[in-house]
Design a protein around this ligand. Structure first.
Ligand code: NAD
Length: 441
């Protein structure tokens, strides 16, 4: 069926068609799965430049950044899966109790059926296609809903996916709230949602009507603790690179920094120097520095700029949706910038009296998607790991933990539920079926 054909198809018809395809049984075969993954990989490698152009139009992303964080990232995730999928699908034997001597037991990874993937705008290729790859690896058919807030990328995905994958395998449904609401009225076998917690609740409520399991990949304020014993030049370089990637619009971006009063002045100066070394004296003209997705987010972020003393940045231009990489010092815990996930290029530095106060500060707030620690002291690292809860932890380097395909990626509490990447995607999109086989004779 053509892309134009799917545009007029109702949500109910799309799901019925994909369920019919699933029921043929073909999707269970390993060769079907590897063929779909190989085609998806070909889309990314052969048409990467078209996706990069769309990402530039939506988010001002450079070609280099688009390949690194979206296209090549997803290719690596697919390659990791292709190399290991057959092994992951091997039945896993389980010992049986003495009373069942002679019987054998094992588990298999059973495909679920029709999966709905709903993606956000900030990494609109990666966050749609990496879950789609996981759902296909697990032998499902997929409805893929890109974000309407990255319209060029959404259009590119809707055009390219049917060129590489049969629409009975993956159907891309474009649209915003009305279209997603219509999809959510249907019964899916799993819903995988990435975005904010308010809509996460809408998705979970809709899923509850059909008792459909959900994965919610949400966000939140990911804290950074900088100990006094660290090399601040290295810390600042790594923090600035992680924070200002995609103009700060990254779910696991360092949201705010906690450090002690004697370290804060040197750290904020080092951050200012790191920003200049990354983006030069005028980041507005630097090809690797992105733009804010839309005017609503631009206005929201500009309102946060007055939350502290500006150490660097603060400039902004609504016409081009540019906000300079900004570091704020002397930020109060109750200031506007601390009231919500920043999701933009503003980095507040707050002071705490030490590790105890930092841990209490983190634990007084929602469980974050990531926690970052910069310290040379193993006992500080151990206490942060043991005494705080977060989706993941990066010691010494922000963001990079999500590039490790053998690590699960997901949140906890307000930052989400469930996880994916690599083998964890297979588990998310499969049912682990228990089988006990008892001989009759
Ligand atoms: P968004 O506005 O693009 O929304 C996400 C998706 O939800 C879109 O496809 C949109 O069409 C759909 N949607 C919006 N309103 C809806 C409604 N009322 N009913 C049904 N569907 C609806 O993206 P966003 O929410 O602004 O994304 C940013 C948030 O996502 C941040 O909080 C960020 O931290 C989080 N995030 C998390 C991850 C992760 O992997 N955990 C990754 C990226 C972003």
């Amino acid at each position: 069926m053509s892309a134009a054909g799917t545009a007029v198809e109702s949500s109910a018809d799309v799901v019925t068609r994909l369920r019919g395809a699933f029921r043929t049984g073909h999707t269970r075969e390993l060769t079907w799965r590897t063929t779909q993954l190989t085609r998806l990989r070909a889309l990314l490698t052969e048409r990467g430049d078209e996706l990069a152009e769309a990402l530039r139009a939506d988010l001002g992303k450079s070609r280099k950044e688009s390949y690194r964080t979206e296209i090549d990232f997803t290719v690596r995730e697919i390659d990791h899966t292709l190399e290991r999928l057959a092994g992951w699908l091997e039945p896993e034997p389980a010992p049986v109790p003495a009373a069942l001597a002679g019987a054998t037991a094992h588990t298999v990874q059973d495909p679920l059926g029709v999966v709905l993937v709903i993606a956000p705008w900030n990494y609109p290729v990666q966050l749609l296609l990496a879950p789609v790859a996981g759902a296909l690896a697990a032998g499902n058919t997929v409805v893929a809903k890109p974000s309407e807030l990255a319209p060029a990328t959404s259009a590119a995905l809707a055009r390219l996916v049917p060129e590489y994958l049969d629409t009975d395998t993956v159907t891309v449904v474009e649209g915003g709230v009305p279209e997603t609401t219509a999809l959510l009225a249907e019964r899916f076998d799993h819903i995988f949602y990435t975005g904010n917690g308010t809509v996460g609740r809408v998705v979970m409520a809709a899923a509850a009507r059909h008792l459909t399991p959900v994965t919610l990949e949400l966000g939140g304020k990911s804290p950074v603790f900088v100990d006094r014993d660290t090399d601040l030049k290295t810390v600042a370089a790594r923090l600035a690179a992680g924070k200002f990637l995609n103009a700060g619009q990254t779910c696991v971006a360092p949201d705010y920094v906690l450090t002690d009063p004697s370290t804060a002045p040197a750290l904020t100066e080092a951050l200012a120097a790191a920003v200049e070394s990354l983006f030069g004296p005028d980041p507005a003209t630097h090809p690797e520095y992105g733009r804010i997705v839309n005017e609503r987010h631009f206005d929201r972020l500009v309102d946060l700029l007055g939350s502290g003393r500006t150490v660097t940045g603060g400039d902004h231009d609504r016409a081009t949706r540019y906000i300079a990489p900004t570091v704020l010092a002397e930020v109060a815990p109750d200031s506007p910038v601390m009231g919500e996930e920043i999701f933009g290029p503003v980095l507040p530095v707050l002071t705490v009296d030490g590790l105890d106060e930092a841990i209490a500060f983190i634990n007084d707030r929602d469980k974050p998607l990531a926690l970052y620690a910069f310290t040379q002291d193993p006992s500080v690292r151990a206490r942060l790991l043991a005494e705080t809860s977060s989706g993941g932890v990066g010691v010494g380097l922000p963001l990079a933990h999500l590039t490790v395909s053998d690590l699960p990626f997901g949140g906890v509490g307000e930052s989400g539920m469930g996880n994916y990447h690599g083998r964890y995607s297979l588990e998310t999109f499969s049912h682990r079926k228990a089988v006990l086989d008892t001989p009759l004779g």
